[in-house]
Design a protein around this ligand. Sequence first.
Ligand SMILES: O=C(O)CCC(=O)C(=O)O
Length: 259
Amino acid sequence: MLPIARRGRMTADERLMFECFGYIIIEDALTAAETEAALAASKRLHAETTDIWRQIGAGFEKEPALAALIDHPAVLPKVRALYGDQFILQSAWCTVQAARSESIGWHQDGSGVFEFRELGYPLPLLQLRASYSLTDQSREFSGNMMMIPGSHRSPVSLPADKRGQLIASPIQHNILCGAGAALLFHNGVWHSPMPNRQDIDRYNMHYIYSPPWLRRSDRFATDPDFLAGTTPLRRALMGEFERPDAPFGAGVPPLPFED
Ligand SMILES: O=C(O)CCC(=O)C(=O)O
């Protein structure tokens, strides 16, 4: 019953699993070297963090190992399969859950200011999140993600009194995966981090892909030095168009994929 996918192109089976569960898991998305480099970069980003849970945005501007995951070949073809050739990186968050801490909070992704579920039913795909586990989360209580499969298609919300609970629903799935795995999920899936009862801090790196007109949430503008030094594809994924005034129409060129 696990929606396990392989690296790269989205197969028909994977697409069905994604549509049914609202997520798929790519267990070996990153190599050990990529995981180690991204973890070291995440620790540098969080060098000053003292909160038990905190996320820092746009770390890719400073850390090449995090920029490398923006268009990672294990995952980006699946994002493309779901969105086509016109989408952006709406945000990228490096998230730490400190050792021996918890911050259970079941939620759907989107905007607390105007929840996506207010838009209509079924909830549209607006923030497709690729979450890379940078520390081992193959056992429960390692800060691993908990998900309610299929909840992106539920017309009713998770009851408010369940949103702070470890066991929010009998059908919840506590995701277990090693370091280097990627979890790709629909914004509508109810999810929460599990407590981290380990002696080490847990790190996740989240990349959120959206239609080109969705406002970025980890930055108002992308660092010009990063834009100047990065690849055409990553630059385009930053949402830099020639006509940023016209993101709904002819202003948005297709992403410069090589194939
Ligand atoms: O990495 C985590 O702790 C979970 C982050 C999360 O669920 C979110 O940012 O929406």
